[in-house]
Design a protein around this ligand. Structure first.
Ligand code: PLP
Length: 429
């Protein structure tokens, strides 16, 4: 997109694998070189060449109120003067734990870590220890971070045993991860039936953000709950994306299904690196030093990260209507783009829930990963590039959700819709 971005990317490739510190940033699936960001404020990102973009990535979820929110910024500035890391207990850790416990009813105790990946890895270790069973079930297309147990290929059939999705993950690790089809209770039931007494936990994104946005069918999550109860397995909701994005009590607060354990990340750090896992006290008390399950972290509960997270959670509790506003913005985008698709004669699928949104370039309904994979990635790449040229920064993959922030006002919605209209017209007329 710009001269400096290209120069920096060429240099980055000589120093960092693929030039980026997280693969999706490299634009591999949409073509072209990534844009290097200089700064971010409110609804906007500014790149190193001086171009401005409306931000629909929102750091992949944390920026519920937009970039560099003044309340979070000033809290972090103030905390800075007290030091950066203690490696010893501090009050903010207790305050953020109290806040999380008060907001999410299924969480009685919580442990802070540094990323969503750490949270999910620790949660399954705990589930295995608690149930004294080895196997876990995840769903094809759900992402739970890059822990070995989760990098398992989307299986070809319901009862398919996992095979590693990445070199370096051992076959024996993969053997303990079974994959089921999302939104299909029978596929889960079959796995339970064929592995009696062996399943420690079922881990699920209650609303999936990592196939692109996929919404649970009515009653599906309650069905997961009762299958887990029937078979003595723990139910883990991975709310790293949905926690505090879909409601102030996570998606569990919306669907009314209580998991045994919940993993959190993104928003609870307000943009600084934080993750957490929590749940029933009886289970959480198995974690060291209260219990025998080891899990630790030099920077866990870091004072700057807990300050940012606490400021973010305070913003949410002081302004619960944020979710109403976010849903209105999401609805406006969905209905605007829907009529643009009608205008160009395309029946592509839009999945939207509150401030999460995906336009799938397929005419099939998208209820699981196989449906998502029917999308035309080439068309998505064209749309992405057309939007980028028009100043809209979308997540650079078909299999991701857009994240709408509260800093996006009517003015930005209009700009996004105008860019989308021009892009779709360019593509299909
Ligand atoms: N779980 C879910 C649902 C996620 O979306 C992600 C990341 O996007 C993770 C876990 C991993 O979190 P992190 O990237 O902070 O390790």
């Amino acid at each position: 997109m710009g001269k400096l971005s290209n120069t920096y990317f060429e240099k980055a490739k000589t120093l960092i694998p693929g030039g980026v510190n997280s693969p999706v940033r490299a634009f591999k699936s949409v073509g072209g070189n990534p844009v290097f960001i200089q700064s971010a404020n409110g609804a906007y990102l500014k790149d190193v060449d001086g171009n401005e973009y409306i931000d629909l990535i929102g750091s992949w979820g944390p920026m519920l109120f937009g970039q560099a929110h003044p309340a979070i910024e000033s809290a972090v500035r103030e905390a800075l003067s007290d030091g950066f890391s203690f490696g010893a207990p501090s009050l903010k850790e207790v305050l953020i734990a109290e806040k999380i416990v008060s907001m999410i009813p299924s969480i009685e105790k919580v442990r802070l870590v540094n990323s969503g990946t750490e949270a999910t890895m620790a949660a399954i270790r705990l589930a295995r220890a608690y149930t004294q069973r080895d196997k876990i079930i995840k769903f094809e297309g759900c992402y739970h971070g890059h822990g070995d147990s989760f990098l398992i290929a989307a299986g070809s059939g319901v009862a398919t045993l996992g095979t590693p999705d990445s070199p370096g993950v051992t076959v024996s690790t993969a053997r303990d991860t079974l994959t089921a089809v999302y939104n299909d209770l029978d596929s889960l039931r079959n796995l339970f039936d064929s592995n009696p007494g062996a399943i420690a936990a079922v881990i699920v994104e209650p609303v999936v953000g990592n196939m692109g946005l996929v919404i649970p069918a009515e009653g599906y999550l309650a069905g997961l709950r009762s299958l887990c109860d029937q078979h003595g397995a723990l139910l883990i909701f991975d709310e790293v994306m949905t926690g505090f994005r879909q409601s102030a009590s996570g998606y569990q607060g919306v669907c009314g299904v209580q998991p045994d354990l919940t993993t959190l990340g993104k928003i609870i750090g307000g943009g600084l690196p934080v993750g957490a896992y929590g749940g029933k006290a009886e289970i959480m008390d198995m974690i060291a030093p209260a219990g025998p399950v080891y899990q630790a972290g030099t920077l866990s509960g870091n004072p700057l990260a807990t300050t940012a997270g606490l400021a973010m959670l305070n913003l949410i509790t002081e302004d619960p209507d944020v979710y109403i506003r976010l849903a209105e913005k999401g609805n406006a985008l969905a209905s605007g783009i829907k009529s643009q698709l009608e205008k160009v004669g395309k029946r592509f699928t839009i999945n939207q829930l509150g401030s999460m949104f995906t336009l799938f370039f397929t005419e099939n309904a998208v209820n699981n990963f196989n449906d998502a994979k029917t999308a035309d990635l080439n068309l998505f790449g064209q749309y992405f590039q057309g939007m980028l040229r028009r100043g809209i920064y979308l997540p650079p993959s078909q299999f991701e959700s857009w994240f709408i922030s509260d800093a996006i006002r009517d003015e930005e919605i209009d700009k996004i819709l105008a860019a989308s209209d021009a892009t779709l017209t360019e593509m299909f007329s």
